[in-house]
Structure formats: C-alpha cells, structure tokens
Design a protein around this ligand. Structure first.
Ligand code: ZN
Length: 238
C-alpha cells in the first residue's frame, strides 16, 4: 500500500485495485491510475476537510464514489454525481465493491471513518479528537474528554494498517491528548496490536509537532509506529 500525504488531513491510500482519498481540500493531488476504483471521503463540511472541487475528479471517470458525512449539504453535490454519492451518519456501516466503511461520531462536526479494503484497515479521524483548549471552561474541557473517550471506544483492540490521527499545535501543551489516548486502545508492546503506522495530521504545516511528540515520548512503545511527515506530497510505502 502506498500512502501519500497531500496537505493537512488529506491523504491518498493506493491499494492494488482501489484508491482511497481522505479529506482533500488543497495541495497537489497525486496521479490517480484510471483503472482503479476511486473512493473519495470527506469527514465533515469544514473548509479544511471538504472542498467541492472533489467532484471534478469525476470528470472523465466512471469508477468513482463519494463517501460524505451527513453534515455536508446535499445541495453541494452536483446533480450528475448524486447517484455516486452516499451521506453517512455516525455509527453507520456501508459497503460497495468490497470496500467496507464504518463511521464513528466526531467530537467536532461529522464523522470519523474506519475503512476496510483489500485486507487493509484504515482509520481516518476527521476532527474526532480531544479538543481541550486553555481558556475554555473546565467543565467544557472535561465533557470534551469524556465524549472523546466514548466516541473513539469502537476502536479498542482493532488492528489497523494505517491510522490518521490529529496532532494540532494550536492546542499548545494539550496537543497530544487525542493521540496519547488513542495509543491506550491497544497494547503497543505487541507488534500485532494497534495501528501499524500512525500518520499525524491536522498539523497546519507545522511538522515540528511530530518531532516534539517523538522527543517527549521517546520511551513510548508506539514511537516507531509514528510516521515522521516532513512536508506535503511525501509518499510512504507500507
Ligand atoms: Zn479541521
């Protein structure tokens, strides 16, 4: 499987027969081999996760399908693409041509995606994260942590090949709360558990945040599973 980091939370996973594009909103798109079926995911309608330009990928292409969160307005879907589009709510399951999708509820808008295709399992968090902010009411932050732990619970014990998880420098010292909790959902001392590779995302082009996590968690058994992304357009084979 080849994974290309596009920008922000945008990634392309290229499998033998299938292409999975997540949360594209800007950046250079890699080439999409025409013979592979392209599934385009958008976790919610915020402009850093959903760009209506994705529908232009259907120009000259029949084997494409759009998997959108329910909060993305149906009116944004061009008439000609409506029969190639599904809107999913949280907690739904959906499948097509061997690609199986489960959705988790987000602590922000929309959903997170757990996708199985060609024996691979991928998780894309969207904005499902522990959004603790200095300056918010303590009660709000506490409820956020509770919701986050509840919404992400379906991932406990799930073996994943790739997980795309927020690491957001705007949260300052709370930047890794979501990722750190995610890592408690499996035993990372066991190489067969948890996510094989974890791609930090939602970094606002500040990739030093990944180095910061690695230096602050050098004793973590998951440290070698964290992918060091250095910039847009980088590709990883796994
Ligand atoms: Zn976002």
């Amino acid at each position: 499987m080849k994974i290309t980091y596009i920008a922000h939370s945008g990634f392309l996973a290229e499998l033998e027969h299938t292409l999975l594009l997540f949360d594209y909103y800007q950046g250079e798109l890699p080439a999409f081999p025409g013979d592979k079926e392209l599934f385009v995911f958008a976790s919610h309608r915020h402009p850093d996760h959903f760009n209506p330009d994705i529908f232009r990928l259907a120009e000259g292409r029949e084997n494409i399908f759009f998997v959108l969160s329910h909060d993305i307005w149906k009116s944004r879907v061009p008439e000609g693409q409506k029969d190639r589009t599904v809107h999913l709510k949280a907690g739904e399951e959906w499948s097509r041509s061997g690609v199986m999708v489960k959705t988790l509820r987000s602590t922000d808008e929309g959903v997170a995606f757990l996708v199985q295709a060609e024996e691979k399992t991928l998780y894309h968090a969207g904005d499902l994260n522990d959004w603790r902010w200095d300056g918010e009411e303590e009660d709000w932050n506490r409820r956020m942590a509770e919701k986050f732990r509840r919404y992400i619970e379906p991932l406990r014990g799930v073996r994943m090949d790739a997980a795309f998880v927020p690491l957001d420098p705007r949260q300052e010292e709370h930047y890794s709360l979501g990722l750190d909790y995610f890592l408690t959902l499996a035993d990372y001392r066991n190489p067969r558990e948890g996510a094989e590779k974890i791609y930090p995302m939602h970094c606002w082009d500040d990739y030093g945040i990944i180095e910061r996590w690695l230096s602050e968690h050098s004793d973590s058994p998951a440290a070698d599973r964290i992918v060091r992304i250095l910039g847009r357009g980088e590709a990883f084979i796994q």
